[in-house]
Design a protein around this ligand. Sequence first.
Ligand code: SF4
Length: 347
Amino acid sequence: MNIKDITEFLSNYDGEELSFMEVCGTHTAAISESGIPSVLSKKIHLISGPGCPVCVTVADYIDKLCELALTQNTCVVTFGDLIRVPGSTSALQETKSNGGRIQMVYSPFEVIELAKQDSNTQFVFAAVGFETTTPIYAVMMEKIIENNIKNIRLLTALKTMPAAIDSLCRMGGKIDGFIAPGHVSVITGADAFKPLAEKYSLPFVVSGFKAQELLATIYALVKLKGQGKVVNLYKSAVTDSGNENARSLVSKYFEPCDAVWRGIGKIENSGMALKAEYSMYDAGSRALVHDNVRNKMCRCGEVITGFVSPCQCPLFAKACTPENPQGACMVSNEGSCFHYYINNRGC
Ligand code: SF4
């Protein structure tokens, strides 16, 4: 079927109501920017899931970074999208205004240069991400050890997707299939979703990021309704078994651990933490479990799990905007609220 026919089919669909979750934050961005929701029949709903790493990170993590930034001889190093995420009382941006030492970088490897240049400072790198970014942190660990660098610590909030999807399925929301995460699948392989597909009799379609690829994915999900199958429509980047070398490097330094997800809570073996033999490089990551968000009206937890759309949050586009974010989902460029706001998606 060509893309014109697929679009026509999806526009005119008049069967039972279907809800598909896009699990990946980059898919959320691509779907929002392409305007795909506006061409779909009112009976096909796309829900954004927990695929924005910053959004699923609990407030305790931000609080710890703020505390470290105010500690003598310590500098917190982070990517830009964490700077404005609110913790329970403050965001890193405010901590910086109050004298906290915070350095933004574009690559984790910049931390190594910073550490070499200033041996009197302990640099704490905020290592947040999913299966896609953990291999980069493993390479970073290789370089830290090779260069015998003693003044870098990682504060990790690393998560793995299949266990979170399993929890979502058990939470009982209406999900008829998943647009499986494209980038994560490069590492895990498409087969990683087979046990979930079979367990819940739900289709998983691995998708690329172009509008045509996403439309073909949604079409496949409609056709596969009720079938516990995995279909890989992103074969240019994703294989069945994924990237074994990357996973092997990750397992040299990191091990599975229980992790706490905003909106879901603790999920067994859904995170990665530095192994005990590398604990001297850890800045206290495993203790960060509470999620006391500053604005109690923020519904990020329900947005991430697909129970409400961003538009249903009472603060959306009022007290909460990208200029004045009240929750992580409005800060990150992978956040659902941010994309619903700037692309006027579905509100
Ligand atoms: Fe949280 Fe803002 Fe999204 Fe509401 S609109 S859920 S306050 S990020």
